[in-house]
Design a protein around this ligand. Structure first.
Ligand code: G6P
Length: 367
């Protein structure tokens, strides 16, 4: 049967609402509660090879690149392996050093993005090992990799990626668990993370159920010509993805910044016409983040804060979107969901084509 929007106004909305199920699918059969680990047989890596990995380099484009940054943080935190993400479109042009003890990870919804595919080929040509986190089964990138995991998000049609991103994040969490448990991650921490992963689908649903409230805030942001998305450490890739999505479909100028760097430049641009969407989880940086919100409020910049219950914003006048708490390592995926809804409802209000934004393609298959 043809893949249709059904009763939904757009594929993007349909795909956002499918996220709890997609999250369940990517986790299904891969969690091992007894040993506090994940089983990703398709990686084709045994425990000895896994322990030999000295570094992880993640390659992807667009939103896949930003989720790659979230994934790098997960791998560093859980597996304590130095990890970073790089735009696949840049990678091969700087004659990258390919190391035999680095695990390269290609991340792609379509599996057909030419920049990511060529990056994979460059790594393999020079003897590196690449695994894929790919949604489309049998796609070019999946075939080119030495191993990998499929994301099982189901078909994604809207240019603005939603459910594929969520499954990418969870794919990285599984990878981090598996890498971590043959190294320093304790069984207790492994089990803590597994319990957190199992709570996620219902928590995603809780956020989606508050669509009306988030739509109302999106209406206030839609009229701004320019806005900031800010976060720090774990929250920064969330801000980057939020800004990306907002740009893609609302055509507003949305710039992501590290909250900590605001005072080193862009604070000069904050005014009543320039709203900021701030990512403020209840983590070790909450107080510092709230300090930055005071700086924005003092310049009368409108604020939307994506946060947790218990974060005290003090006197700051801000609209709050409170997301459910999970294990802190998993905060980014939950904090991304309201940003999808903000972008979607801003674009809807502006009357844009949600699924096919101007100048963009779902997958870029030519250089
Ligand atoms: C295009 C799309 C982006 C997407 C990127 C990577 O640029 O417009 O939304 O994130 O490709 O796509 P992939 O299929 O590799 O995840």
């Amino acid at each position: 049967a043809a893949y249709e929007t059904g009763d939904h106004a757009s594929f993007m909305r349909k795909e956002m609402l499918e996220q709890p199920e997609a999250a369940q699918r990517v986790l299904r059969g891969r969690l091992d509660e007894r040993f506090g680990t994940a089983h990703l047989g398709g990686l084709n890596l045994d425990a000895r090879e896994t322990r030999a990995i000295k570094r992880v380099k993640i390659l992807g484009c667009g939103s896949a690149y930003y989720v790659g940054q979230m994934g790098a943080a997960l791998i560093e935190e859980l597996a304590r392996i130095p990890a970073d993400a790089e735009a696949a479109s840049e990678f091969r042009y700087r004659n990258p050093i390919i190391e035999p003890d680095t695990l390269y990870v290609a991340v792609s919804q379509s599996g057909e993005t030419i920049d990511t595919l060529l990056a994979v080929q460059e790594v393999r040509r020079k003897g590196g090992r690449v695994v894929g986190l790919v949604n489309v089964v049998g796609s070019a990138i999946a075939r080119e990799c030495d191993g990998g995991i499929y994301l099982h998000a189901g078909p994604e049609v809207a240019v603005a990626s939603t459910k594929a991103l969520t499954t990418m994040f969870l794919g990285f969490a599984l990878l981090a668990l598996q890498l971590g448990r043959v190294r320093d991650l304790s069984i207790a921490d492994g089990r803590r993370l597994i319990a957190g992963l199992e709570r996620l689908p219902a928590q995603i649903q809780e956020i989606l159920d508050r669509e009306d409230e988030i739509a109302e805030l999106a209406g206030r942001l839609a009229d701004a010509e320019s806005l900031f998305f800010v976060g720090r450490v774990r929250g920064f890739p969330v801000a980057r993805e939020g800004a990306q999505k907002f740009k893609e479909i609302s055509y507003r100028h949305a710039e992501a910044y590290q909250t900590s760097e605001l005072k080193h430049g862009p604070l000069a641009l904050i005014s009543p016409d320039v709203p900021t969407v701030a990512i403020v989880p209840a983590d070790e940086l909450a107080d510092r983040n709230v300090g930055a919100l005071h700086e924005i409020a003092a310049r009368r910049g409108p604020l939307v804060v994506v946060t947790h219950d218990g974060v005290d914003l003090g006197e700051v006048a801000a609209a709050r979107i409170v997301v459910p708490r999970n294990e802190r390592e998993l905060d980014p995926v939950l904090m991304t969901i309201p940003l999808q809804l903000l972008a979607y409802h801003a674009a809807l209000r502006l009357g844009h084509d949600i699924d096919k934004p101007r100048n963009l393609a779902k997958s870029v298959t030519v250089e």
